[in-house]
Design a binder for this molecule. Structure first.
Ligand code: ZN
Length: 450
């Protein structure tokens, strides 16, 4: 059976991930993401109203025109998890394919919300839920199957999809870290990866998340970030002024820890900001978390301002707002607070906890610098970097190679410089550039089996 891989997006950058795998006449697309930094550069663009071709020209979504060079029919579009760099282009591109979108329940719900917010295209692809550990048949050959293997990442319900073909398995490894003691959900299913590496024809190809390919050692578990956060918040127990925290809205485990420790130090947590309300509300509705009944979540400007007024009236020392704005995004809640645009007044000595790391990218770095400066001018004390990454470092990559023993490797989710550490690692394990390590670019086709 012919096996061909199209590296469509996310092979020259971190963002706008999209890869297609053709097995005979059947094609499966993995991820359809947005490059957020390209959107941030064009501040004030409303992507909801924009046409696909304009977004492609901006570098914001994958240029999928190469799909016309790929023979066969698209049978499924498979987003691996709910981060925007993996699902953010579905509302712009999925309608061009007559195929269902297949994902885990939390991811499907986020895709659904995104499609509902789309104003340019009517996206009518079927939405099919499949849980980690499950398998479905692809196409009519009866020999191609799609399996979801449970992985751990900085968002819940993440999986690595595996396309089983008569020529071996194609494992799509975006995005994950190896967490054996996660705060929510099950540990990564390394046992299954090891089985896949050894059963049948083994692994024909492994496409790897190289976000942290140049970082040594092992990425710590989410439980380490949780302990760090606990230490920081417990140290503030006697402080009788304002404490504000921020983190990735989609990072439900982290939000859960913040809510819990706020209660522990005698403060009422409250989630503020549009995306805070969106992700945590969705996770609660789908029973992924069990927040306290009295946890308020507010997204709309008016209800947020009303909450801030209540906090100021009843005393800042009684509350712990968890807000958007960990990257200093100009319109996010924390940045508005720093600019004095909300009823919440920061005083000398008030604490601002960033349970996040600045995404190392100039737009973010600049915006974050500004936000921190503004907070400092109000007298706030900043507690930075209380975070662990959601991506594998080098020792995790080594373990994956050992588990899967792939015949071919395609590094992804980075630019050339960013994935160099992964290529070095593979070479030290006996792989060779151009032979079985295929460093690609956006818009290439790689024929693995003729
Ligand atoms: Zn991700």
């Amino acid at each position: 059976m012919e096996i061909e891989i199209a590296t469509i997006g996310g092979y020259e950058e971190v963002g706008r991930q999209m890869t297609a795998v053709r097995a005979g006449n059947d094609v499966v697309i993995f991820d359809m993401g947005l490059n957020l930094s390209q959107v941030l550069i064009h501040d004030n663009v409303e992507t909801e109203r924009m046409h696909s071709l304009d977004l492609i020209d901006m570098g914001a979504i994958p240029d999928d025109r190469i799909m016309s060079d790929l023979e066969g029919d698209v049978q499924a579009i498979v987003p691996t998890h709910g981060h925007l760099d993996h699902i953010g282009a579905i509302s712009k591109l999925a309608h061009r394919y007559d195929a269902p979108i297949v994902a885990t329940p939390f991811t499907i719900e986020l895709v659904k919300q995104q499609i509902e917010g789309e104003q340019k295209f009517g996206v009518e692809n079927d939405l099919v839920k499949m849980d980690a550990g499950e398998t479905m048949s692809i196409g009519d050959s009866g020999t191609v199957d799609l399996e979801f293997v449970n992985v751990t990442h900085s968002i819940i319900d993440a999986i690595n999809p595996v396309l089983h073909t008569p020529e071996g398995a194609v494992v799509y490894g975006l995005d994950k870290r190896m967490d054996h003691s996660p705060v929510l959900g099950d540990p990564i299913d390394m046992e299954r990866f090891r089985e896949i590496g050894r059963e049948g024809e083994g692994v024909l190809c492994y496409i790897e998340d190289c976000t942290n390919a140049n970082k040594k050692g092992r990425t710590p578990s989410e439980s380490v970030a949780r302990e760090h956060l606990k230490d920081v918040l417990y140290s503030m127990e006697d402080y009788d002024g304002g404490i504000v925290a921020t983190t990735f809205s989609s990072h439900i485990s982290r939000v859960t820890s913040l809510v819990e420790f706020a209660k522990d130090i005698g403060r009422q947590p409250v989630l503020l900001g549009r995306s805070m309300e969106k992700y945590s509300g969705t996770a609660e509705r789908l029973d992924f978390v069990d927040f306290p009944d009295d946890l308020g979540m507010f997204g709309h400007r008016k209800s947020v301002d009303r909450t801030f007024k209540r906090i100021m009236n009843e005393g800042k020392e009684n509350y712990l707002p968890v807000v958007t704005g960990h990257q200093g995004e100009p319109r996010a809640m924390l940045t508005r607070m720093a600019r004095g645009e909300t009823p919440y007044e920061l005083d000398d000595g008030d604490k601002v906890v960033f349970s996040a790391r600045v995404i190392p990218e100039p737009t973010n770095e600049g915006q974050r610098y500004q936000a921190e400066k503004l907070l400092g001018m109000q007298g706030a004390r900043v507690y930075d970097d209380i975070h662990v990454s959601g991506h594998l470092n080098q020792e995790g990559h080594y373990e994956m190679l050992d588990a899967l023993q792939p015949q071919n490797i395609i590094p992804a989710h980075q630019d050339l410089k960013g994935l160099s550490g992964y290529v070095n690692l593979c070479e030290s394990e006996g792989y060779q550039m151009g032979r079985d390590i295929h460093v690609s670019r956006n818009g290439n086709l790689i024929q693995l089996v003729d």
